[in-house]
Ligand binder design. Structure first.
Ligand code: FAD
Length: 511
């Protein structure tokens, strides 16, 4: 029998699934997901990702079951699994979405391509969202994104699904994959159904709170869409989210409505999603090397393990930073501004290189998406050369976004006893205040790891000193050519009729 294999990766859905559609047109389809031990051994992998994916797979298997099909979930390295399948019953074609993953998935895909060539199996890869393979430069990228997002969504297919080729036991326990068993107990549950409910609640009502609520860690958990992990694992397609948001925007009654601003701002983030992933697609080395080589050597030789340990333990002494680390540990999520602040604190006053900090955060973020993550890690650490350096002061951020200390008190119980007037800088409490409230600095709460002002001043001077050098400045144009956005993102508008690329402009992050 001639059949195709659809290899599910970060596209755990049946709806708007271009690879499945293409395969179904060619005949019977076997749906495959591979749990790859080599990927789970990587330092960016964590049990919370694994559990979330298993939940998505369960929804996907149910959906397939309803269509009379089955999802074959097996464990092994992909080339070895494909070989086993092929020996069991040779297949003509392999279908999957393009993936912009980490270095290991990149090398694995090359091995799969080699295997397919050797067996005479055609491997058809189709784009998953707005990222363009083998892109020469960013001219025209915006138009390509728009065309893909505006194309009709693909309905769930009525294919001839094949049963699983052999029985499989339950998926391996985390420990068998070398994963620490810890999960984030309050994390979002995986699965398309969950994703759709969250999308619905955001479009229905929460989007009205988006603009005003996305910066504060108090309001952001409900004001932000919270769709990131579902987009990262493809339980929802980016196009279906873009189109649903545009439809909602179009349906809003005339007159002022905060949902209009909310949905418009949300749509620009969906554009950034692909804009950032495109950077890693165009330059996979961004996972390891500074985007601007002129920054090489800036932090590399000065790793401070004590600083890193304090950050990871949530014991930097700066309440907002430590509260964010505590929240991440429990929920697997913090909002953009707090992520940027965490990285800024790591990169400037703590003077830590972005790579180990990024690996730790990748394991904390339920929505870990390599393309967004590594581009953002570099941007917030000041190593892209082409973005304005933003240094977030955690004390100012706390005053602006958690003025009553509700957030820090929620996540750091010791601060519940600290009087309001000392909340932002509790280490300055005089001894008698410490005695009265029963919170001792150095015991119940940590001293700040470094003097924030002095350390930040020194760090900024070093980064800005480099930035001002003529050789560093002159290399920026080439980076903008390769990675810069060509105009401010207005993703809900139509592309220009002339089809001509818009004038070059840097992406502005209005956060
Ligand atoms: C250091 C750092 C690392 C990050 N790592 C990741 C990551 O691994 N995965 C990830 O999805 N996001 C990452 N982000 C971006 C952003 O913080 C999250 O997308 C957002 O907080 C997710 O919550 P949400 O879905 O409610 O976002 P919303 O604000 O509701 O945005 C909707 C969607 O737009 C996309 N998006 C939002 N903000 C950005 C952005 N700044 N850049 C690119 N895409 C964006 C995401 O897909 C998100 O789900 C990172 C940001 C920083 C500063």
């Amino acid at each position: 029998m001639i059949y195709s294999v659809v290899w599910f990766k970060r596209d755990l859905r049946l709806q708007d699934h271009a690879a499945l559609h293409r395969a179904a047109r060619q005949g019977p389809v076997l749906c495959l997901y591979v749990i790859e031990p080599s990927l789970w051994r990587q330092p960016d992998a964590a049990n919370l990702h694994y559990q979330f994916i298993l939940e998505c797979l369960s929804d996907l298997a149910d959906d397939l079951h309803r269509q009379g099909g089955a999802l074959h979930v097996t464990t092994g390295e992909v080339v070895e699994v494909l070989g086993r399948l092929y020996r069991h019953a040779p297949f003509a074609a392999l279908h999957s979405h393009e993936e912009t993953g980490n270095d290991v998935t990149y090398r694995r895909d090359k091995a799969v391509a080699r295997w397919c060539r050797e067996q005479g199996v055609a491997w058809h890869e189709v784009p998953q969202f707005g990222v363009v393979r083998r892109l020469a430069d960013r001219d025209g990228w915006q138009a390509a994104w728009e065309a893909r997002m505006a194309a009709p969504r693909l309905p769930a297919v009525a294919a001839r699904f094949l049963p699983a080729p052999w029985p499989e036991g339950p998926p391996p326990a985390p420990a068998a994959l070398g994963l620490e068993p810890t999960d984030a107990p309050l994390r979002q549950a995986g699965g398309r159904r969950q994703g759709l409910e969250i999308l619905d609640s955001f479009l229905g009502d929460r989007s009205g709170r988006y603009r005003g609520g996305l910066s504060s860690p108090l309001s952001a958990p409900t004001a932000c869409s919270r769709l990131s992990p579902y987009l990262a694992q493809g339980a929802l397609s980016l196009r279906e989210v873009v189109q649903a948001a545009r439809d909602r925007l179009g349906d809003l009654p005339d007159g002022p409505d905060p949902r209009r601003q909310g949905l418009t701002a949300f749509l620009s983030r969906l554009h950034w999603h692909c804009h950032f992933i495109q950077k890693l697609e165009s330059e996979p080395a961004l996972e390891f090397r500074n985007m601007h080589a002129g920054y090489d050597g800036l932090r590399e030789g000065e790793w401070n393990e004590d600083h890193f340990r304090a950050l990871v333990a949530g014991r930097t002494g700066w309440p907002l930073v430590d509260a964010c680390v505590a929240m991440l540990r429990e929920t697997g999520w913090v909002n953009f501004r707090m992520r940027a602040m965490l990285v800024s604190v790591a990169a400037y006053p703590l003077w830590l290189h972005w790579r180990p900090v990024g690996l730790w955060l990748a394991r904390q973020f339920l929505d870990y998406e390599p393309g967004i993550h590594w581009s953002q890690m570099q941007m917030q650490s000041g190593t892209t050369g082409m973005n304005t350096t933003r240094v977030y002061n955690p004390i100012k951020q706390a005053r602006d976004h958690d003025p009553d200390g509700r957030f820090v008190r929620r996540w750091l119980p010791a601060l519940r006893r600290v009087p309001d007037s000392w909340l932002f800088e509790p280490w300055r409490m005089p001894a008698d205040v410490q005695a009265r409230c029963g919170v001792r600095v150095g015991t119940d709460i940590p001293w700040p790891v470094v003097d924030l002002d002095a350390a930040t001043r020194m760090a900024k001077a070093r980064v800005h000193g480099l930035r001002a050098q003529p050789a560093i400045k002159s290399a920026v144009a080439a980076l903008v050519d390769r990675h810069g956005s060509r105009r401010p993102a207005i993703p809900h508008s139509r592309p220009s009729r002339s089809g001509r690329p818009a004038p070059r402009a840097q992406l502005t992050l209005d956060l």
